[in-house]
Write a protein that binds this ligand. Structure first.
Ligand code: DX5
Ligand code: ZN
Length: 248
């Protein structure tokens, strides 16, 4: 079961790894290279130990891309800024449940603005923390690094969490008799941090359907090849083997 009706893996390059002096060109380049969503990492220097950018950057880029803007809020509190990101052009807004006392209310707010709502689990956050938020979520995002910086190594401990969330999302009874269920309400299962073709293969095998990738897309000389390799990591490995003259 995947969140996309086509079953196609969704690739969302994270602009945190882009050249900030050329953001418009970087957005055009990854759009052209086959990205499905654009991932915006919003950091406040408080919830995470880094500062990135705010809604003005989304507004400035909005006219230059038709792709969904996928906003990952690493700010606390998040509620006062939700409407600003919605107005700036966000299509998806994801929050960490630790960012405030009422994450359920925050998801209601995001939905009330007509945006898709996401919940993000830090590496140390148990899946139970979102069990009663899932009914309001369109995206569940597993951090496979501690949030705050690009270029970190993928944490393999998160693979079991992805598999457990896959079961939770696919549970036909997940929303109760009146709530969401997998047939009527798909939920994307995304992984963010340290995604390379090698870790993409592991995350997809564990049940993810959406991959956020900064460094492995923006640092690649050929972004289209980088995106294709994440979307089909096993194909990429076997093609590389063929080029080296290996069997299979
Ligand atoms: C980390 C961010 C990630 C990060 C991914 O706080 O949420 O989106 O930019 O970057 P890479 O792919 O370089 O780990
Ligand atoms: Zn992110």
């Amino acid at each position: 079961m995947t969140a996309t009706s086509s079953g196609r893996v969704v690739i969302a390059p994270s602009l945190l790894a882009a050249d900030f002096g050329r953001l418009r060109e970087e957005v055009a380049a990854v759009t052209e290279a086959g990205a499905d969503w654009l991932h915006f990492d919003i950091m406040d220097g408080r919830f995470v130990p880094n500062i990135s950018f705010g809604p003005q950057v989304l507004s400035a880029l909005r006219p230059h891309s038709a792709l969904p803007f996928d906003v990952h809020l690493m700010i606390a509190p998040a509620d006062p800024f939700i409407s600003a990101f919605a107005e700036a052009g966000a299509d998806h807004i994801s929050i960490h449940p630790e960012a405030g006392p009422h994450p359920h209310r925050t998801l209601q707010l995001i939905r009330s603005l007509g945006k898709k709502a996401g919940v993000v689990l830090n590496p140390g956050t148990p899946i139970e923390s979102i069990a009663w938020l899932l009914d309001l979520a369109d995206i569940v995002l597993v951090m496979s690094v501690n949030p705050g910086f690009g270029g970190q190594r993928f944490l393999p401990s998160q693979l079991r969490k992805i598999a457990a969330l896959r079961r939770m999302i696919d549970d036909p009874a997940r929303g109760g008799p009146l709530g969401s269920n997998p047939a009527t309400h798909p939920v994307a299962l995304a992984v963010d941090g340290g995604i390379t073709p090698e870790t993409a293969a592991l995350a997809l095998a564990a049940g993810a359907d959406t991959l956020i990738a900064g460094t492995s897309v923006f640092a690649a000389p050929d972004r289209a090849a980088a995106i294709a390799a994440l979307r089909d990591p096993n194909g990429a490995a076997s093609r590389a083997g063929e080029q080296r003259g290996e069997a299979g």
